[in-house]
Design a protein around this ligand. Structure first.
Ligand code: SF4
Ligand code: SF4
Ligand code: SF4
Length: 205
């Protein structure tokens, strides 16, 4: 059965436990990550003639890995078939033995999920913790989240919980149809609005 992720943006505190649990489980180096957390800010402060400061500032966090898209851009451009979508689970992963390291998938993915690991000479990315999923477990990022902001399961179940795919700074879901369903916090902006700022660009790019 096809799987999907659920992200409750109204619960996420941006603590990065999901990211660190993933790095630990997959034994990633200090400069590698399969899951990023965007800190999104909007609004401004102002002071009136009496010196009273008011603000319209808002902050929210978006924790994101590979979205194991229904219509993945990465698999379409891969010249060797190394980037594959599992027909049963829908999880997208890369076979390092088949990957040439050409980086086409890196350029094609609108979510920045695959990265080229020059030390091993091929692309690496979130595989949805497919080995855990095969054992009937959830991905390690989902289990680690202390706020229970993440979930993973059958696509229909996740769809019933999340009303949106589109949250700033993610691109429009129309490009790749991500298997990601989001419950937006009241402070979050949609992809189309795009009037928030990424507060941690050095960390996520
Ligand atoms: S998020 Fe990117 S890498 Fe993951 S399946 Fe979609 S297009 Fe491919
Ligand atoms: S599903 Fe697994 S590989 Fe993907 S971000 Fe979560 S912990 Fe990392
Ligand atoms: S562990 Fe949960 S609350 Fe913390 S950043 Fe990740 S999704 Fe957000």
């Amino acid at each position: 059965m096809t799987k999907a992720f659920f992200f409750d943006n109204s619960r996420c505190t941006g603590c990065r436990t999901c990211q660190l649990a993933c790095k630990d489980y997959h034994d990633l180096s200090i400069d590698q990550t399969y899951r990023k957390v965007y800190d999104m800010e909007s609004g401004a402060c102002s002071m009136d003639e009496r010196g009273v400061v008011t603000h319209t500032c808002k902050l929210y966090h978006v924790a994101i890995g590979c979205n194991h898209c229904e219509d993945p851009a990465c698999t379409k451009v891969c010249p060797t078939g190394a980037m594959e979508k599992d027909p049963e689970t829908g999880l997208v992963s890369v076979d390092g033995d088949k990957c040439l390291g050409c980086g086409y998938c890196v350029m094609a993915c609108p979510y920045g999920a695959p990265t080229l690991d020059k030390t091993v000479g091929h692309t690496i990315k979130c595989d949805g913790c497919k080995n855990r999923v095969a054992e009937g477990k959830k991905p390690i990022c989902v289990e680690a989240c202390p706020l229970r902001a993440l979930d993973f399961g059958e696509v229909e179940e996740m769809k019933a919980r999340g009303e949106s795919h589109d949250i700033d700074p993610l691109p429009s879901s129309s490009y790749t149809k991500p298997s990601l369903y989001i419950r937006m916090s009241p402070d979050a902006k949609s992809s189309q609005a795009a009037d928030s700022r990424i507060a941690n660009p050095l960390e996520v790019f």
